[in-house]
Design a protein around this ligand. Structure first.
Ligand code: SF4
Length: 68
């Protein structure tokens, strides 16, 4: 089964919120209004696809993924 690790490079993220809109199960906004990952790994195919789309759309290239 396909599983991916994903992460936001904090120094690159401009908190635009696009990833939260595209993949609300994978990204969220914390109490300091910073966009963060909801978790670090997922095996859910639908979620993986949305994370990869968010990665493509992210204006600063702040999302990194790795298939594991
Ligand atoms: S899309 Fe990219 S820049 Fe925008 S909040 Fe998500 S990680 Fe940050």
């Amino acid at each position: 089964m396909k599983k991916i690790y994903y992460s936001i490079i904090k120094e690159l993220c401009i908190n635009c919120g696009a990833c939260v809109v595209i993949s609300p199960k994978s990204f969220t906004i914390d109490e300091n209004k910073k966009v963060i990952e909801s978790k670090k790994y997922t095996e859910n195919l639908e979620e993986i696809e949305s994370i990869l789309l968010a990665k493509k759309v992210c204006p600063t290239g702040a999302i990194v993924t790795e298939e594991i």
